[in-house]
Design a protein around this ligand. Sequence first.
Ligand code: LLP
Length: 423
Amino acid sequence: MTLQPTLMNASAARYSDGALRLEQTNLSAIAETVGTPAYVYSESMLSEQYRVLDESLKTLPHQIHYAVKANSTLAILKLFAELGAGFDIVSGGELSRVLAAGGAPDRVVFSGVGKSTEEIDFALKTGIECFNVESASELARISQRAQLLHKRAPVALRINPNVDAMTHPYISTGLKENKFGVAQEDAVILYQQAHADPHLRVKGIACHIGSQISDPEPLFDALDQLLLLVDELNKQGIVLSDIDLGGGFGVVYQDESDFDVDAWGSSVVQRLAGRDLHLSVEPGRFLTANAGILLTRVEYLKPAESGKNFAVVDAAMNDLLRPSLYQAWHGVLPVSENSEARAKRWDIVGPICESGDWLAKDRQLALREGDLIAILSAGAYGSTLSSNYNTRPRAAEVMVSGEKYRVVRRRESLQDILSTESF
Ligand code: LLP
């Protein structure tokens, strides 16, 4: 097997005795009992990623708010809640999931540009930690709703620091042309309004500049901008207690440079030294991406004398949208190393009727029909971006812990899909 060592180190999947495993569990055993396609997660890697990040900030008062959108499966939320995580949510639906998983409401921050009145009311009644407010109109609406419900809404302004996160344009959020956050020039006036508003409690300042960021420099630039604003507000008697740096810490899918959490952590600690600010971060991908794989079976091989060789598998773009949507690269490994087939270059495609339905292109693999393969680094923005396109039930999800595994989300049935409809 010729693989970049970084790729093998990054993913939780490992070969042992010719079989691909997550922790000590053979993936083919899971396919036998649970079927395919299935998302499979390593509990110990999820915990370890959390621990590493937490450790890097240990000398500062801080709170990790896991970005629920990366993977909102209840078992994963419960695990992070038990490890002490708070949560970054972007909808009432995500708030319901956090509560169902036993997450503490007062460790929830609510981000997003389009919070509805219903969602704001739900969050106010639940008693969340903070609204990360993204516009003047939203601030006014939160104040109105708080007044009506006799509450005082905790707020932070999400600042758009206008820095380039140097990542894929779809997942870059900190530039002026993006829809996110409040422009720095407008921030002071909004803070003054919020400060004077008896229905609001101004807590902090927030930003999130993008996702899959490998080079920490843009993150530091954003932090420095935020600190300038904190100082400016201080002079005006508006004292903030919280600073939220968002998420975005990159992971290795292929040959990206590893995000150096410790170096990033010590730089953040240095910049915040001597300030009375409680730090928050909102990682999603960093905690879950490489802890998960998508397990799928080869249905048909379509070798070609000239042109492309296609391996049609039972997972598709409805299960894992990232390749189609972002041309994202995910590693692919055979579950059994002992295939007798001759290696060829394959495009791994799904059964959906679109040419955009592919999971990986041009991969040198020895494949036979019926073989199992693992699509790596699928723990973040995999199951949460899945859909029922082509009326395909959503995949089962499995949590591995050592030699044991359990289904944490059963495979959706056709009955589940049809049950919401009527004539
Ligand atoms: N906080 C906010 C306000 C966010 O919008 C996001 C992600 C995060 C935190 C977490 O970012 P992370 O640490 O996971 O990079 N579907 C895309 C990624 C979209 C990210 C959206 N916002 C993908 O599959 O690459």
